[in-house]
Design a protein around this ligand. Structure first.
Ligand code: ADP
Ligand code: MG
Length: 698
């Protein structure tokens, strides 16, 4: 048995009970699990400061000395503050506790030598450490101290006495028992040029680095390795897929496409749209199945590209479908597409959850017979017993709600998998795209149709609402329409949020002269649609909504987007909402309303929004501010970020590097059979067997 597969139970200080907790809480049951449970942070305990050296801007530091005496201060009837005057001979600092007096007196006795660890602050001219970590100096082997690792713990673990410190000691014990070097998992032709340390060194040092440099070297090696195998897996899969499946060959652009282009299209394509169409045409002619991600900001004209792509399929005797995440959006696509294709004699049908009975049967029959040429639908298209005669192209709008799994379900809908075009309006930073959509080719529409005026984004505090309402009134009197977005509806959160119902009522009083529509997520879709329709037709001037309008509606006459409690929204959500305006020729505005008190992160978000309309910059910023796990969509798409050490948000350069190295390998050995790379393929299989979530990535 390989040594790392041993049970942690027999490590000193573990035993059956602690083992069970560790395994339940963190999934740690073998030595391997323990060694791959990396610290989430370190503090530099490689040196001891003197009190004289301290300054108020220092991070966590440690000092060594003795408590000279204790003092107590009454804070209230039942609360007291305990202050220990602590000296190392160079000065005196105060150790302060607001609870636990008995414990303190008993454990931190006057005159005994302690190492105190904490963040120094200045209070009444003296340095103080509030609730510091204390350790008996004699317990600490100072010669061994370096960067102290911190491990994730849970409440249950703490209750069982499994603190970060305990894990640290357990890992140390285990490492001591690992006398032989841990096996290498990257070939030297990769590690050498990149100056990566050995796996053995990395795994040992990551748990107990002596210096910050050593810590970085260890982590860099492990991060690279992790990302490298993710990329190798993705690329191997993509290359496999390419060899296995043939794609339909759509050789020509025919009558339907040309008629549409010359008769129905009233404007010319943007340069970006043309470029993307070329890329798509090349894919569909290549004999390989297209798997393409189309990124483009809201309003950049993706729907048109989708439509033309579908027309090419039709021209080659195939059917096409387009899927949207919501019914409203599907309906809007249906309307847009029907409108665009007017007079061309193409049968377009809509299939959503609310299409029922006879109509539904007709659509389903039409799909099997091939008479329905374009199907517009929601996810229902995937779930239902929907069969096509010859599905040639499937377009998926708003990828975020579609994972790889769903995409692969589409393949089963015809003999060869249809060409797939995935459209997303949330631009995804390149490094993230490489990981989430690693198997997709990417096209970008980075140009808006001409004549659009950039949306002006303005930050207002909620004390300035009166002037805001006057602005709204002015716009509506100019003939425009206005969205007002509330973050939540009543009773969904206890926070003091203006809720939609109240907000609606008060807006009705503020604007008695206007008609107001109201939509929210709890409404039935028919009801919602009816309200939405009133706004679309111009019957109402204001649409009060929760984020249900986030994906979808196109009302070119709407020129103002007001987002209340804007701090409650994520960056990409704000950007999506803003994209609802600026669709017509008029100057549009987005007003972000917040209270006065803003956290640093919120402040940054608002600033970025006011600063730029560029979705890519926003996405990059979002990733930095939130991290990928939170990034909208990555969770819904079913792609778990099961990375143990790398962080896609912060380690972008490693993602790119890993991709590059993995690509080299795949190019050199596309069938994964060469002896030279045997180590890599073996390791990849091993990882696939143990890391469940990798399957989701590919
Ligand atoms: P997206 O789906 O990317 O958000 P749409 O396809 O809905 O964007 O396009 C937004 C609007 O711009 C639509 O009204 C569409 O008809 C229009 N549009 C698309 N391409 C062009 C173009 N090249 N020139 C002018 N208007 C365009
Ligand atoms: Mg769209």
């Amino acid at each position: 048995m390989d040594i790392l597969s041993q049970d942690i139970m027999y490590l000193p200080g573990v035993g059956p009970q602690r083992k069970e907790i560790l395994s339940k809480e963190l999934g740690i049951s073998t030595w391997r699990d323990l060694i791959e449970n990396f610290p989430y942070k370190y503090v530099d305990r490689s040196r001891i400061y003197t009190i004289r050296e301290l300054s108020a801007d220092m991070p966590f530091v440690q000092i060594k000395g003795k408590v000279l005496s204790y003092e107590e201060f009454e804070m209230s009837a039942r609360k007291k503050r305990v202050v220990g005057h602590f000296s190392d001979g160079t000065g005196v600092a105060d150790l302060v506790w607001f609870s636990g007096a008995q414990y303190i007196y008993k454990n931190y006795k006057v005159g005994q030598e302690f190492v105190v660890f904490g963040r120094p602050t200045v209070y009444q001219g003296r340095f103080q450490f509030a609730h510091p970590e204390m350790e008996r100096a004699s317990d600490l082997q100072l010669s061994e101290m370096g960067m102290q690792p911190y491990y994730t713990t849970t409440e249950r673990m703490k209750k069982m006495g499994i603190t970060s410190r305990v894990i640290e000691k357990t890992v140390k014990n285990m490492l001591l028992k690992l006398k032989d070097p841990l096996p290498e998992t990257l070939p030297t032709f990769i590690t050498k040029p990149l100056h990566l340390v050995s796996r053995d060194e990395a795994l040992r040092c990551v748990h107990y680095p002596k210096t910050p440099q050593q810590m970085k070297a260890a982590r860099d090696r492990l991060k690279f390795e992790e990302l490298f195998y993710v990329q190798l897996n993705i690329l191997r899969y993509a290359s496999d897929h390419r060899r296995k499946y043939r794609g339909y060959v759509f050789q020509h652009v025919g009558k339907l496409f040309n008629d549409f282009y010359s008769q129905n299209l009233t404007f010319s394509l943007t340069g970006a749209q043309k470029r993307v169409m070329h890329e798509i045409r090349d894919d569909m002619r290549s004999g390989r199945q297209m798997n393409r991600l189309l990124q483009g900001d809201v309003g950049s004209g993706k729907t048109l590209v989708a439509l033309m792509t579908m027309l090419i399929a039709l021209d080659n005797g195939f059917q096409a479908c387009i899927m949207a995440p919501t019914e409203i959006l599907a309906e809007q696509h249906f309307t847009t597409i029907t409108e665009f294709l007017r007079g061309l004699g193409i049968r377009v049908e809509l299939l959503t959850g609310i299409v029922k009975g006879k109509k539904r049967r007709e659509v389903l029959e039409g799909l099997i017979s091939g008479e329905v040429q374009i199907l517009v639908g929601t996810h229902a298209v995937l779930e239902d017993p929907v069969k096509f005669q010859r599905l040639g192209v499937a377009v998926i709008d708003e990828q975020h709600r579609f994972g790889v799994e769903q995409r692969s379900r589409l393949w089963a809908k015809s003999e060869n998998p249809p060409h797939i075009l995935v459209m997303t309006a949330t631009p995804i930073p390149r490094t993230l795209a490489m990981t989430i959509y690693g198997d997709l080719d990417v096209s970008v529409i980075d140009e808006l149709p001409p004549g659009r005026k950039p949306i002006q984004t303005i930050h207002k505090y909620d004390k300035q609402l009166t002037s805001l309402y006057n602005g709204i009134r002015k716009q509506i009197n100019l003939g425009r329409q206005v969205y007002i977005v509330f973050p939540l509806i009543s009773e969904s959160e206890k926070m003091d949020l203006k809720n939609l119902e109240e907000g609606y009522a008060s807006l009705c009083q503020i604007f008695p002269e206007f008609k107001i529509s109201k939509v929210h997520g709890k409404m039935k879709s028919a009801e919602k649609d009816a309200e939405m329709q009133k706004f679309v037709s111009g019957e109402t001037q204001i649409l009060v909504a929760t984020t249900v309008i986030e994906v979808g509606v196109n009302v070119p006459n709407a020129s103002v987007m007001v987002i209340l409690d804007a701090q409650r929204f994520g960056l990409s959500q704000l950007h999506q909402l803003r994209g609802r305006v600026g669709r017509g020729a008029e100057q549009s505005y987005c007003i972000l309303v917040t209270g006065y008190e803003l956290s640093a992160v919120t402040r940054k978000r608002i600033d970025i929004m006011c600063d730029t309309n560029d979705g890519f910059r926003i996405a990059e910023a979002d990733l930095k501010l939130r991290g990928p796990g939170d990034l909208e969509g990555t969770q819904q798409s079913g792609i778990a970020f099961d990375l143990k050490i790398a962080d896609i948000a912060r380690d972008g350069q490693f993602v790119a590097l890993a991709r590059q190295e993995a690509q080299k390998i795949i190019d050199a050995d596309p069938t994964c059979t060469s002896k030279e790379y045997a180590m890599l393929w073996r390791r990849l299989r091993e990882l696939r067997d143990t890391n469940i979530n990798w399957a989701a990535i590919s």
